[in-house]
Design a protein around this ligand. Structure first.
Ligand SMILES: [Zn+2]
Length: 1005
């Protein structure tokens, strides 16, 4: 493959980016988000950020608290680090993000902003750098006395052993990586913070720290052979290659004599085996990457994406030489695979932090999609690919993802940011805590800090006429946000005033001090969402500049106050998902993704998935609530609630979507969610569907209103909806009943295979104990298995006095392996895996019992089985954290290697078996129960319908009327076809197995 700029080993990027200081945000909303970010940064106490770094460097707690460290000199001494992730083995990552975010703000002239303590952002950064330099000095002094310390080292995690400050790094190099979390990931955040601070602010201390730390990295990695390298790189390491290549460039430019060390160290983090593996999907015929071979399946997305940021930086650093041209190809192919086969309409990707199978996206819509770090990092790759290739597809993706994932990740009121963005309809976003002392400091909190102090970094690009993109100096306008850019070489400022997406118009004005004008090419992107042709006017006169490579390229001698008016027509465009093509749809209007406003309610509660990551605990569609109980690794495959399917009243869905602009109609949105909170009025009403005639009960029925997703921050929403020509509710009823019963009996779930965060350790629940097991720290598969002679066990919650079950999953490809599940000496199950037999015996009961709706493709891989826990075992329950727990262990039979256990493993109590009707009313009157149990009632003569209200003994049971499953939670209308009317009722208990049959005779009189 060749780039637009010719052979890849001739390095000539198409465009350069502008310095942050040269781009000004004129859009009030955007500018306010940057200010809120800066204000939040100014609430941080630098001594708290530095607290664990000082402990690691060798100061004692007493020394740290004796008054020597007091950033504001007001006696307010830090006595701990921050909480949440900052107080764990990943602690210290926030300081890196903080520096990057603050440096970006300082570069834009915001360094003088002060916090309530009177300290400016600029001073805070200086204090942090000084603090870290002191840590390095202290560490270096102690090196002579402690062979476990090495020069240049700094770290801010909680330490397991103060005598071994580098223990986490030693462990990831050994075969036991337990209780380490991801130390190289943390180093990446820090190194990136120092290097960016130096680049953006010129602060020399930042470069000095980075060089010292870089030498420590060089020394540690120089002795890695390939075996050791790939063992270490099996654990998330962020973009270590990226930041150390960046350090190399800075160090080399300032004449640092050992800068080659950094070039070598950076390359240690280039994962050629991964790059080659993913590239093996490139088709020999087309040269493009193929989907359907699942090369990304089960890979942790935010582990994988930054590896490619680093790969791209190798290409940039070596300028295509020494084989680095191959690296550009790696990144282009990876980008294509992610964007075209793993990405939702918003530009986000992943479910519970992981990529799934190629094009399996509808089945993975949950409350845990689209981790914000992933989109942040995809955009980092995207802007570099744009600069290198000049290919418009990168600018299109950038706009979409920036608008609908990054701008959607922030609460405009508080400035706080998201971790996940649910793609399951009926959920809502959750933002981190605005109180710095209560924040959990997620990874995404850190990237969130960075995102909003560089909003304008990819609006404009330029070149000076010296690249293959053209011999004329060129200014590129890629995004349509009110802003200005100052082009120093030309002495020109371009001012953009954009009405998009409220209107389809934007305008540009040239500000130039030169009386005789300035000659250059202005390139304006013609976006992929345009509906029709762009309409261009220059100084009020129609201009028919043709579209070249997706851009309007206008070359002329620009004079002061020259104006360009541009109309970019927009309309509604439906987008489907490959694994449910033609049924599931989401909508964009111009550049913005729309979401249906589903309102606020009291049930908008949170629960934690993984480590202190709180997510929507339930979803509600049309009054039906589904609890989302899945733990880390078990949150996808949600059943569809009945109300999620919208009926197009007999119009074929394809036709409905072709005519969508007649059915999703712009309305006055001043009363919509965005209208009230932000003064915007972009809103659309969905018409010509069954939604309009749905019965809400007592409340007045509201139409379904769609508005821009990125501003829908404080209520439930639905981006994706299922569409059907006719109403077919049976599967919806069944799915929601299954979900509800599993919610009722659910006790506990464990994210098997993910490591300390969800498998616990000696002290933290669920307190995994293991010896000789596999999958430790392996981000590619959420499974655990016992090796020969090994076993693993967890505490599981049980409910004494009831029947309890263990539900766990297996992989079909493990057929022939054995599993032995025990509680103490009591055997719960012991057998040889034979998936065909085990599924056929009770496929319904087995798979559905686990509350899992398997996507059609993944059901061929894993299946779930339910085992009753013997009372002998349940009786041994002890209290832990207020729960009744028993320890359940897994091993192979006769100490052989065991089959893999798939996440999540759950415990639950039994379904109820009470089949029957508690009450049945006809037109408001109770039916008479005959001695034989059948029912009898009367209804008015001439009635066209009778209205039935039924209450089942088991609320999660099923009611069939004349063999048709009906929704017993609502009033049921039945047409009167005969007199008398005889109906056959079949009522199932919650187990959906126990059933009774009754007849209902209705006389019209
Ligand atoms: Zn994250």
């Amino acid at each position: 493959m060749e780039n637009k700029n010719g052979a890849k080993n001739i390095y000539k990027p198409a465009f350069k980016d502008f310095a942050l200081k040269d781009v000004k945000l004129l859009d009030e909303y955007y500018a306010s988000l940057t200010q809120k970010d800066v204000d939040f940064l100014n609430t941080f106490n630098p001594d708290k950020l530095l607290y664990n770094f000082r402990l690691t460097a060798g100061w004692t707690k007493e020394e740290i608290q004796d008054g020597r460290f007091d950033y504001a000199k007001n006696g307010n001494i830090a006595t701990s680090s921050y909480s949440g992730w900052e107080n764990t083995r990943i602690g210290g990552h926030t300081l890196g993000h903080y520096l990057t975010a603050a440096a970006q703000a300082i570069a834009q002239g915001l360094g003088g902003c002060k916090g309530d303590d009177g300290i400016t952002l600029d001073k805070r950064v200086d204090y942090l750098l000084e603090g870290i330099l002191d840590c390095q000095k202290k560490n270096d002094e102690l090196c002579a006395k402690n062979q476990n310390r090495h020069r240049g080292f700094i770290f801010g995690a909680t330490m397991a052993d103060p005598q071994q400050p580098e223990l986490q790094f030693d462990k990831v190099e050994s075969t036991n990586a337990s209780d380490t979390w991801v130390p190289w990931y943390t180093i990446h955040k820090l190194m990136n913070g120092f290097v960016e601070t130096y680049k953006l602010t010129g602060k020399k201390a930042a470069l000095e720290i980075a060089e010292n730390l870089g030498e420590w990295i060089y020394t540690r990695t120089a002795r890695w052979d390939d075996n050791l390298k790939y063992r270490v790189l099996g654990i998330e390491y962020g973009g270590m290659n990226d930041c150390v290549y960046e350090l190399y460039k800075c160090a080399a430019a300032t004449g640092y004599v050992q800068s080659e060390h950094f070039l070598q160290a950076a390359h240690k983090f280039d994962e050629e085996r991964l790059y080659e593996k993913i590239n093996s999907g490139v088709s020999k015929e087309t040269g493009t990457i193929k989907a359907g071979i699942d090369l990304l399946n089960n890979r942790h997305a935010n582990t994988t994406i930054p590896k490619y940021i680093g790969a791209l930086n190798r290409y940039i650093t070596l300028q295509g030489k020494d084989g680095s041209d191959k690296y550009l190809e790696y990144v282009e192919n990876f980008w294509d695979l992610v964007v075209n086969h793993h990405t939702y309409i918003t530009g986000g990707n992943s479910e519970c932090e992981h990529f799934g199978r190629d094009d399996i996206l509808d089945a993975e819509r949950s409350n845990c999609n689209c981790e914000t770090c992933n989109t942040h990092n995809m955009l980092k790759i995207t802007r570099e690919l744009f600069k290198i290739t000049g290919n418009k597809k990168y600018a299109d993706y950038y706009e979409n993802t920036f608008m609908n994932a990054i701008m959607a990740s922030v609460n405009g009121e508080t400035g706080m940011t998201t971790y996940f963005q649910p793609m399951a309809s009926g959920c809502f976003k959750n933002f981190c805590n605005p109180d710095v002392n209560k924040n959990y400091f997620w990874c995404c909190t850190g990237t969130g800090l960075e995102n909003f102090t560089k909003l304008g970094d990819s609006f404009y690009f330029y070149n000076n006429g010296d690249t293959p993109a053209g011999s004329e100096a060129t200014l590129v306008a890629n995004q349509f946000v009110s802003s200005s850019v100052y082009w120093e070489e030309k002495g020109v400022t371009l001012v953009q005033k954009s009405g998009i997406p409220q209107t389809d118009k934007t305008s540009f004005t040239i500000k130039s001090g030169k009386a005789d004008g300035t000659s250059f090419t202005l390139m304006i992107r013609v976006p992929d969402w345009i509906a029709g042709k762009p309409v261009l006017k220059i100084n009020g006169t129609d201009d028919n500049t043709a579209i070249t490579d997706g851009y309007l390229k206008i070359t002329r001698n620009w004079k002061n106050n020259d104006t360009i008016e541009l109309t970019l027509p927009m309309n509604i465009v439906p987008y489907t998902l490959a694994d449910n093509k033609g049924t599931v749809f989401a909508f964009k209007y111009g550049p913005v993704v729309l979401a249906a406003e589903l309102g606020k309610d009291k049930a908008m509660t949170l629960r934690q998935v993984g480590v202190q990551c709180d997510v929507a605990a339930n979803k509600i569609i049309f009054g039906k609530l589904m609890n989302l109980n899945g733990n880390y690794g078990g949150t996808s495959g949600l059943p569809v609630l009945e109300g999620e399917t919208i009926c197009t009243n007999g119009v074929p869905v394809e036709k409905f979507m072709n005519d969508i602009n007649e059915h999703l109609v712009r309305v006055d949105g001043s009363n919509s969610a965005n209208g009230t909170s932000n003064g915007d009025n972009l809103a659309f009403e969905l018409r010509d569907t069954d939604w309009e005639t749905r019965d809400d009960g007592d409340t007045p029925h509201k139409p379904l209103i769609f508005s821009p997703y990125y501003k829908l921050n404080d209520q439930r929403y639905g981006i994706y909806w299922l569409f059907s020509e006719k109403q077919n509710n049976e599967s919806g009823i069944l799915d929601s009943k299954r979900a509800a019963r599993d919610t009722r009996v659910y006790l506990d779930g464990i994210g098997v295979g993910y490591g300390a965060q969800t498998e616990g350790n000696a002290k933290t629940y669920p307190c995994m104990e293991e010896k000789r097991t596999g999958s430790v720290g392996d981000p590619n598969a959420l499974t655990r298995y016992a090796k020969k002679g090994g076993s693993f066990s967890y505490l599981f919650q049980v409910e004494p006095g009831k029947k309890n079950y263990l539900v766990c999953g297996f992989l079909m490809e493990d057929d022939g392996k054995t599993i032995c599940i025990k509680c103490g000496k009591v055997i719960i199950a012991e057998f040889i895996l034979d998936s065909a037999a085990q599924i056929s015996k009770s496929a319904e009961a087995v798979i559905k019992a686990a509350g899992e709706k398997q996507s059609s493709t993944s059901s061929s891989e894993k299946y779930f089985m339910r085992f009753e826990l013997p009372q002998k075992a349940v009786k041994t329950a002890k209290k832990f954290d207020g729960k009744n727990v028993i320890r359940i262990s897994f091993s192979g039979k006769n100490d052989d290697e065991s089959a893999r256990i798939v996440s999540p493993a759950k415990t639950c109590t039994e379904y109820s078996h009470n089949a029957g009707i508690e009450s049945l009313n006809i037109n408001g009157t109770k039916a008479e129960v005959l001695p034989n149990g059948n029912l009898k009632a009367t209804a008015p003569k001439n009635a066209a319908f009778i209205k039935l209200n039924v209450k089942l003994n088991d609320g999660n049971g099923l009611l069939y009327i004349n063999d048709k499953l009906v929704d017993d939670s609502k009033e049921i209308s039945i047409p009167v076809t005969t007199n008398p009317l005889l109906l056959g009722l079949k009522i199932y208990a919650e187990d959906h197995e126990t059933a009774v049959e009754k007849s209902l005779l209705i006389n019209m009189q």
